[in-house]
Write a protein that binds this ligand. Structure first.
Ligand code: SF4
Length: 283
């Protein structure tokens, strides 16, 4: 399969990872002519086109909401670190994007997948002198050394928490562990950032899948509040669950369109204006 077709597939697969605020329709964020271009917006509404893609959609995990889950039968493709580096530089040098947001499925050894992402960042920084924005996903279960290497090259890293509680997380995956694969890695990221301010200087973020498990808004906001206080996260993103064909959650009810918007508002009130979470009422 040619490089552009693989890019289209892997750009499409990456669109559910959020780096945007407010409500959105994922279909509006990609140009058919420019696979992999994602218009991220910050809280002030400033738009930044990012090259946002997975290294591969091969995955051995069984996340029930994800089209790439291991049970789903479809074409699995990958880009090598050198291919991805050269495609990114073509986009960047033609001013089509201003930064890179890189994630990956996990076909086997987690650190091999992490190594591929780190290698892209290494080639860009050390072989091509690229000094722009790089956001690397930390894959659940990555080793301490691999996380440190990723943080030494990236402006920002993130690990998706997906759910507010261990019970909610277990509804979404049987192959990942909430406490060890997610929270322990977040604690490592925090520790590394405290020890060396040059590691991921733009901090770390996370994402919740809203509406895929039975968790309430209260559960989610309590966990977000805890993450700001205990893990020093910079931001939390809320991605509305989309029921996708071929996934175990196909047909599962999707959240009300306003739900993620309300979560952003509540998060903002608590974490920017200092309003006590207890003052917000949940129905
Ligand atoms: S780890 Fe889970 S969410 Fe990520 S690509 Fe694999 S199945 Fe999808």
């Amino acid at each position: 399969m040619n490089r552009i077709r693989r890019m289209e597939i892997l750009g499409e697969s990456a669109k559910y990872d959020r780096c945007n605020y407010g409500n959105y329709n994922p279909d509006n964020f990609f140009s058919e002519k420019l696979p992999g271009v994602y218009n991220a917006t910050n809280p002030n509404g400033v738009c930044m086109p990012l090259f946002k893609v997975l290294m591969t959609n091969k995955c051995s995990n069984d996340c029930t909401y994800c089209v790439n889950n291991c049970a789903n039968k479809f074409n699995r493709v990958e880009l090598s670190p050198s291919e991805l580096t050269s495609i990114f530089l073509e986009y960047y040098n033609n001013r089509l994007v201003e930064g890179l947001f890189l994630s990956s499925g996990v076909p086997g050894d987690i650190d091999v997948s992490m190594e591929n992402m780190v290698e892209v960042a290494r080639q860009l920084r050390l072989e091509h002198g690229y000094q722009g924005y790089i956001h690397l996903k930390i894959l659940p279960g990555s080793s301490y050394d691999m996380i440190k290497r990723a943080m030494s090259l990236a402006n920002r890293v993130s690990i998706n928490i997906e759910a507010a509680t261990s019970e909610g997380f277990n509804e979404l995956s049987s192959t990942k562990n909430f406490n060890t694969d997610i929270l322990r890695r977040m604690a490592w990221i925090k520790r590394l950032m405290k020890r060396d301010g040059n590691l991921a200087p733009s901090g770390h973020t996370t994402q919740f899948i809203v509406g895929a498990s039975h968790e309430s808004d209260s559960d989610i906001l309590k966990r977000v509040n805890w993450l700001y206080k205990k893990m020093d996260i910079r931001r939390s993103y809320f991605s509305a669950f989309n029921s996708m064909e071929g996934t175990p959650l196909e047909g599962h009810e999707e959240p009300a369109p306003l739900r993620t918007g309300r979560l952003y508002q509540a998060d903002h009130l608590v974490n920017s204006y200092g309003i006590d979470l207890k003052e917000l009422t949940f129905e």
